[in-house]
Design a protein around this ligand. Structure first.
Ligand code: PLP
Length: 381
């Protein structure tokens, strides 16, 4: 089947490059290749492009340009925060307790495991049946020796938005740095770091129409976090390595584009999601919606279809031109059930019958016709 006849329903895993980003990147992939640290014109042009992209990013979530540090993606940003916070604390002979949550992305969870192996004490907050953290659980978990709290803004499997504002306020009152993994949210919902009251935020370009392999870490002015990468003086001495100029330019352009088209894209996503859920309910009345549609990201639909095997459904839907996923893309291929679904109380069997559909920038209102045909063929009599 031709790629173009596919309906892509996996925007939570990755998105294609926006044409605005592609256009913005082209000069830096073709003609302008100077090292941004070089003093001649070719270098200055690259440096200027990075400055503009940094301003676009800063405008995108209400921070100052100098609070943005470009990284290779969400994974690096998350690793940086967890591992370096732990290391800094050890050097300063500070506390050794970190709080995170059971439904975080593996970039956070596995980084926490790494520092736990070095002696750190990690508390994993549980979530409720809708995959939301409770503020009271955080309150009860905070200790004298807590050095960092890292909780995500929106879950990548269910789309559930977390009470970050309240949780960050709690930490601020006690002077504990608060990091949020906002990779699923940036470019999809309005974000203002000051409204949220957070100190650090991870984001990734390829989740909102930018290129893969580029991301950023927002670090609030005054928040201490030593470099993760050692080397040159790039990123104001905080992230060494020659900058991915084209990637940075593409991500800046993609964010600007995503923010202008956000309302329009979200409206289509919400409509398609409502219609798809209606179709699925009519075909599978005992369907379970995982997460919360009212207080979730607009594109995520995570459903358990009891009695149906997720992997089989994915392969059959692929034949009918629908790309969907089971839980998170990162968990696919592993025999373990999704840690998010199990944390919210789904059984192993239910987790094996769960699909994640994520609508977004490539979808059109008319996609519902093919979605309807495919699910009728899959689940109909
Ligand atoms: C995709 C994702 C990441 C990883 O980002 P990459 O840029 O792909 O490394 C981290 N956290 C969440 C919540 C994600 O969805």
């Amino acid at each position: 089947m031709d790629q173009t006849t596919y309906i892509y329903l996996d925007h939570a895993a990755t998105t294609p490059l926006r044409s605005t980003a592609k256009e913005a990147m082209r000069p830096y992939e073709e003609a302008i290749f100077g090292n941004p640290s070089s003093l001649y014109r070719g270098g200055i042009l690259s440096k200027k492009a990075i400055r503009i992209a940094r301003e676009q990013m800063a405008e995108g979530f209400g921070c100052m340009p100098e609070e943005i540090f470009f990284t290779s993606g969400g994974t690096e940003s998350d690793n940086w925060v967890i591992k370096q916070s732990a290391r800094d604390s050890r050097i300063n002979q500070g506390g050794c307790h970190i709080i995170t949550g059971a439904i975080e992305h593996h970039a956070i969870l596995h980084s926490c495991e790494a520092v736990a192996a070095e002696g750190f004490d990690i508390t994993y907050l549980p979530c409720d049946e809708k995959s939301c953290y409770r503020v009271s659980d955080l309150e009860a978990a905070l200790r004298e020796d807590t050095i960092l709290v890292s909780l995500m803004l929106g879950n990548n499997e269910t789309g559930a938005l977390q009470p970050i504002q309240e949780m960050a306020a709690l930490c601020r009152r006690r002077g504990i740095p608060f990091h949020t993994d906002a990779v699923q949210c940036v470019g999809h919902i309005p974000i203002d770091v000051n409204d949220l009251g957070i100190d650090m935020l991870s984001l990734s370009g390829h989740k909102f129409g930018g290129p893969k392999g580029i991301g950023a870490l927002y670090i609030r002015k005054g928040t201490e976090l030593s470099p993760f990468m050692d080397g040159g003086a790039q990123e104001r001495l905080r992230r060494a390595g020659t900058e991915n100029v084209a990637g940075i330019v593409g991500m800046g352009a993609a964010l600007t584009d995503a923010l202008t088209t956000m309302e329009y894209e979200n409206k289509i996503s919400r409509t398609l999601r409502r219609q798809t859920l209606y179709i699925l309910r009519s075909l599978c009345p005992d369907l379970i919606v995982n997460g919360t549609l009212d207080h979730g990201l607009p594109g995520h639909l995570n459903v358990t279809l009891p009695g149906h095997d997720a992997e089989e459904m994915i392969l059959q839907l692929d034949q009918m031109g629908l790309y969907v996923s089971a839980g998170s893309a990162c968990a696919t291929g592993s025999p373990e059930p999704s840690h998010v679904l199990t944390a919210m109380g789904r059984s192993y069997m239910e987790a094996q019958s769960t699909l994640r559909l994520s609508f977004g920038m490539t979808n059109k209102a008319t996609d519902i016709e093919q979605i309807d045909r495919a699910f009728h063929a899959l689940l109909g009599e």
